[in-house]
Design a protein around this ligand. Structure first.
Ligand SMILES: Cc1cc2nc3c(=O)[nH]c(=O)nc-3n(C[C@H](O)[C@H](O)[C@H](O)COP(=O)(O)OP(=O)(O)OC[C@H]3O[C@@H](n4cnc5c(N)ncnc54)[C@H](O)[C@@H]3O)c2cc1C
Ligand SMILES: NC(=O)c1ccc[n+]([C@@H]2O[C@H](COP(=O)([O-])OP(=O)(O)OC[C@H]3O[C@@H](n4cnc5c(N)ncnc54)[C@H](O)[C@@H]3O)[C@@H](O)[C@H]2O)c1
Length: 476
């Protein structure tokens, strides 16, 4: 079949973060693009993920600030939390973000329905047969529901319904201490819910540097959140009006009771009904298998975003979309994905922000590795805002002290990631960052202070001191 006989150059399955970006990029390059979603455009990030969670976090932050305003000399008389109203605010944000995303489908054919593969180049959308030279699968993920006895009977919340609440439970047990459990745990606690987080591993946010997990644990506990680690949820049962969760911790079984239960124990790929088996496309519980060009085991079928597992972030799906579109439309000059500089942020308050390697990872990959840490309290802007908890840790490697990783806890720490990511992307050294004038008083001056301290305590600082003292001796 020649290229012109295909209905489309590229068909994208899934109209969420990754799918919308892929559609926009491909259409802007002049390809004939079809975008198919099973129900609506926007995906998890818009309706049940980033957008509603960050809106809720924003409201919770205001409540927290108001409740702590007395230390600034401001008298408040208690805050009434009206969840129905907050819900209206959240839905309003979703609507406005959705409207802004509309440009993503300019020059793209959009269809909705149930789609499955008939062959590597043919799809069935309900009863319509569609042919496409290449296809990108970007159907996202859904929450893992763990095998906990009694769960189905008793009921539970996940990210798919928690943002619909118009009344808050008085108490909530959250199973899972990853980003979802921790972000929502703090936000809901600030809105007045008694929160207990049950986390399997020995610390919350186990993908972060241990110092980051420890700092966020301290913050949560200081705000009244109970954090139970090394604890596995075993079974649930009703206890009067409450839900009782039995947790195994070492040899002990401990019972926790609350009004509601929220599950946040990870994700699994949305692949049901796509007919991947028919084409022999390899897929595990973590996701569709792809090579570094984001090709599945069928080379004209690509996959990206949550459905391939790994780094489950909106910005990663968007990055991968650019790579997959290029590889689908220009197979003669394929590009590999590169995750060397991959920033992410957990939106607790203070935020936990990370890019690149931890100190331990850097030691395995580089020579002459060291880490420097600047307390967040040393940043003047942090002092003016009365938000001094946290630190900036930079991981440096090589003779020239290139930044290979950064780990931060601090209010708006995520906003500093862009600068470090750019520096890392272009292999800048601490001297390059130090030589760049930063506006005062912003939090970014903290980065400059951190690289300044790094230079003072490093080889360059030692050399500078030697040169200057030699010069001064000669001038005597
Ligand atoms: C509570 C929460 C908070 C989060 N916060 C952040 C954050 O702050 N920052 C961040 O970077 N990431 C965050 N994430 C992760 C982020 O939402 C995902 O990584 C991102 O949405 C993945 O994009 P995607 O395109 O792969 O999937 P999605 O955006 O979910 O899109 C998948 C699309 O595929 C469609 N679909 C599903 N099955 C089919 C099918 N069979 N046929 C056709 N279409 C189908 C769906 O309807 C959906 O529109 C959060 C996630 C959650 C749950
Ligand atoms: N700010 C952000 O960028 C952001 C925010 C929220 C979610 N996300 C994305 O969404 C994804 C999913 O988040 P998540 O928090 O659901 O998953 P996760 O996999 O990151 O964390 C879930 C945690 O629950 C633990 N767990 C699993 N089963 C358990 C059990 N039975 N009992 C106790 N603990 C158990 C796991 O060990 C893990 O530490 C993340 O990978 C993240 O990339 C990102």
């Amino acid at each position: 079949m020649s290229q012109t006989n295909y209905d489309y150059d590229l068909t994208i399955l899934g109209g969420g973060s990754g799918g919308l970006t892929a559609a926009r990029v491909a259409a802007s390059l002049g390809a004939r693009v079809l975008l198919i979603d099973k129900e609506r455009l926007g995906g998890d990030c818009l309706y049940t993920g980033c957008v509603p969670s960050k809106s809720l976090i924003h409201v919770a932050q205001i409540v927290h600030q108001a409740n702590n305003a007395a230390r600034l000399g401001l008298t408040t008389h208690g805050i009434d939390v009206d969840m129905a109203h907050i819900n209206t605010y959240i839905q309003g944000v979703i609507k406005r973000v959705y409207e802004a995303e509309h440009i993503y489908t300019d020059d793209v054919t959009v269809k909705f329905g149930s789609v499955s593969f008939q062959s590597p180049t043919a799809l069935l959308l309900d009863s319509e047969r569609i042919t496409s030279r290449s296809t990108i699968i970007v159907t996202g993920s859904h929450p893992v529901i763990p095998q906990i006895a009694g769960l189905a009977d008793l009921g539970y919340l996940t990210n798919e319904d928690v943002f619909q609440l118009t009344r808050l439970p008085a108490s909530l047990l959250i199973v899972g201490g990853g980003p979802i459990g921790v972000e929502l745990g703090q936000a809901l606690a600030r809105l007045g819910v008694r929160i207990t987080i049950i986390q399997g591993p020995e610390r919350i946010l186990p993908r972060e540097d241990p110092a980051v997990s420890a700092a966020i644990t301290d913050v949560l506990e200081s705000e009244g959140v109970t954090v139970v680690t090394k604890a596995r949820a075993q079974n649930v049962e009703r206890s009067g009006a409450k839900k009782r969760l039995i947790v195994k911790r070492g040899d002990q079984f401990i019972a926790f009771e609350a009004d509601e239960l929220l599950l946040a124990v990870g994700r699994q790929p949305n692949v049901d009904g796509l007919g991947l088996d028919k084409l022999g496309i390899a897929c595990t519980a973590q996701g569709i298998q792809v090579n570094s060009y984001l090709q599945t085991t069928r080379k004209n079928i690509f996959a990206l975003g949550d459905v391939i597992g790994g780094y489950l972030f909106t910005h990663v799906a968007a990055y991968q979309a650019g790579v997959a579109v290029r590889n689908a439309l220009l197979p003669v000059s394929k590009k590999k994905v590169d995750y060397r500089v991959l920033p992410w942020c957990t939106f607790t308050d203070p935020e936990a922000a990370r890019v690149g390697l931890t100190y331990e990872e850097a030691q395995q990959q580089h020579r002459q590795v060291r880490a420097v840490t600047l307390p967040w309290a040393d940043i003047d802007r942090a002092q003016t805002e009365g938000a001094t908890t946290g630190f900036i840790q930079l991981v440096l490697a090589g003779k020239k002290e290139e930044i290979v990783g950064a780990h931060m806890v601090g209010t708006h720490a995520g906003e500093l990631l862009g600068e470090i990511a750019l520096a890392m992307q272009h292999h800048l050294t601490i001297s390059d960052m130090l030589a760049t004038i930063h506006p005062y008083p912003t939090l970014t001056t903290g980065l400059q202070q951190a690289v300044f301290e790094a230079q003072l305590s490093g080889r360059q600082g030692h050399t500078n001191r030697r040169i200057v003292s030699t010069m001064l001796r000669l001038l005597k």
